[in-house]
Design a protein around this ligand. Structure first.
Ligand SMILES: [Zn+2]
Length: 220
C-alpha cells in the first residue's frame, strides 16, 4: 500500500513538473513563430527582404570570376551598357528581375514600363530593402545612383521624371540583372514553400500588383 502511495505521489510530482514547464515552452515556441512568420509573409507577397538565406559574405566574393567582363564593368566599376543593345530594354514578359551578382530580388515585371530610353525602366522596386541610393556627381547634374543592398553592385540610376503614379524612373543596366519567369517562380515557390504556404495568402498577393497596374493604366 505504501509502495502504491509513493508511486502515485511520484506520478503526481512528475505530472506537476511537466505541467509547470509547459507554459514556458509554449511561450518560447510562440515567440519563435512570430519572428519566423514576418519574413515568410513578405516572401508570399513577393516582397522578399534583402536577408541572404545562404549567409554569403558578399564582400569576400571574387567578382572577376563570378561576373562577365561587361557585368564586372557595370556592377563593380559603375559602368553603363549601351542603350537599345541590351537584353531587357524591350522585354516585357511576366516575372521577376534579380541582381545578377547575388540573386536578390529587385523588381517585378509589373513595375516595368517602356521609357523609350533604351534601358529597362521600372517605376518601383520590389521592396524598400532591395536597393540603396547614393549621390553620383560624375555628370554636371548630380544623379542618384542605385546599388543592390545585399552585394552593393551598381545597378543604374533613379530619376524623378517617371510617367506613373510613383513619379519615379529606375533606369537599369540589363547586364546587372537576371530574369526569373513567372513559371520558374511558381515552380520554386512550390518547392520551397509547400509546407507553410497558405493558398489564400498567395492569391491575395498576386491580386495586388494586377490591381495596381490597372489603376495606373486608367491615368491619362
Ligand atoms: Zn546583389
Amino acid at each position: 500500500m505504501s509502495k502504491m502511495l509513493s508511486l502515485m505521489a511520484l506520478v503526481g510530482l512528475f505530472a506537476a513538473i511537466v505541467h509547470a514547464q509547459e507554459p514556458a515552452a509554449e511561450d518560447k515556441t510562440a515567440k519563435a513563430e512570430v519572428k519566423k512568420s514576418a519574413p515568410a509573409a513578405k516572401d508570399a507577397a513577393g516582397k522578399e527582404a534583402v536577408e541572404d538565406p545562404e549567409k554569403v559574405d558578399w564582400s569576400q566574393v571574387d567578382w572577376r570570376k563570378k561576373l562577365t567582363r561587361l557585368q564586372y564593368h557595370i556592377m563593380r566599376e559603375a559602368g553603363t551598357e549601351r542603350p537599345f543593345r541590351n537584353e531587357f530594354w524591350d522585354f516585357f514578359k511576366p516575372g521577376q528581375y534579380r541582381c545578377a551578382g547575388c540573386g536578390a530580388p529587385l523588381f517585378e515585371s509589373d513595375a516595368k514600363f517602356d521609357s523609350e530610353c533604351g534601358w529597362p525602366s521600372f517605376d518601383q522596386t520590389i521592396s524598400d530593402k532591395a536597393i540603396t541610393e547614393h549621390v553620383d556627381l560624375k555628370m554636371l547634374q548630380p544623379r542618384t545612383e542605385i546599388r543592390c543592398r545585399r552585394c552593393e553592385a551598381h545597378l543604374g540610376h533613379v530619376f524623378n521624371d517617371g510617367p506613373t503614379d510613383t513619379g519615379l524612373r529606375y533606369c537599369l543596366n540589363s547586364a546587372a540583372m537576371k530574369f526569373v519567369s513567372e513559371k520558374e517562380l511558381a515552380k520554386s515557390n512550390k518547392k520551397d514553400k509547400k509546407p507553410k504556404t497558405d493558398a489564400k495568402t498567395v492569391e491575395n498577393a498576386e491580386e495586388k500588383p494586377a490591381a495596381a497596374v490597372e489603376s495606373e493604366g486608367e491615368k491619362p
